[in-house]
Design a protein. Structure first.
Length: 239
């Protein structure tokens, strides 16, 4: 479903010169939930933006469902859902208006769009907030609405960049439960997080990045559980 071969991306920093954010990464991912973990600056967001066609690799190839992320970028985007840490919603729209508006960007007939909206409203329990303006929603409600928005076209690959950052415990749990509901479909979910309890709860596979490279890749339980998992990951990102 997702293949990266020798993918590299560098940026120029006035103080440090060339910074290799992603350094020759090879990765094959199939359906399921993959947790992406690493310290700040490890290259996580850059890697996600490369997959989402928002950045072009300096070298190497990214393929989504066999499609090249550079030469077939539009086709790749049609198969992706991407929720970034900077995603913002139109505050004056209601939840229903937002889903209709953003759903209109996808090749869905009116009937298909109505069915998709109904499906995601049920999945994320949005019935009570659909006709409220977005400006009046809580952070947790906004994030559930955001997840519904990106899932409307039933993307094969769903990218979630720290979706629980800034949420309280109740809202974070709601988002995690929403991800668990979305995993029932045959899709790849890339879940970027700093929180090991979330990794244990949702992830089938854990990929740890350190300085732009893969430091570890495998089932989370292989490293441990609870405090043992957190310590093992900390050792990986800090070494």
């Amino acid at each position: 479903m997702l293949s990266l071969s020798a993918v590299a991306k560098s940026f120029y920093d006035p103080r440090r010169g060339e910074v290799r954010a992603v350094d020759d990464i090879d990765l094959e991912l199939s359906a399921g939930v993959v947790a992406l973990v690493g310290a700040n600056g490890a290259g996580k967001s850059t890697l996600l933006r490369l997959i989402a066609t928002l950045l072009v690799p300096d070298r190497g190839t990214v393929r989504v469902a066999g499609l090249d992320s550079v030469s077939q970028a539009a086709a790749v985007r049609s198969r992706l859902g991407y929720l970034s840490t900077t995603t913002r919603l139109y505050p004056r729209l209601t939840g229903r208006e937002l889903l209709r508006y953003t759903g209109g960007f996808h090749p869905l007939s009116p009937t298909e769009l109505a069915t998709a909206i109904s499906r995601e409203v049920d999945r994320f329990a949005l019935h009570d907030i659909l006709d409220q303006t977005i400006a009046g929603l809580s952070t947790g409600q906004l994030q559930r609405l955001n997840l519904a928005r990106v899932l409307l076209p039933s993307p094969q690959v769903l990218i979630l960049d720290e979706p629980t950052t800034g949420l309280d415990l109740v809202a974070a749990r709601q988002v995690v439960e929403a991800v668990l509901a979305a995993r029932a479909d045959d899709r790849l979910i890339i879940f970027c997080t700093h929180l090991m309890p979330e990794v244990e709860r949702v992830a089938d596979r854990l990929v740890v990045l350190r300085q732009g490279r893969i430091a570890w890749d495998g089932a989370p339980a292989t490293l441990g559980s609870g405090a043992a998992l957190a310590d093992a990951v900390l050792n990986l990102v800090a070494s």
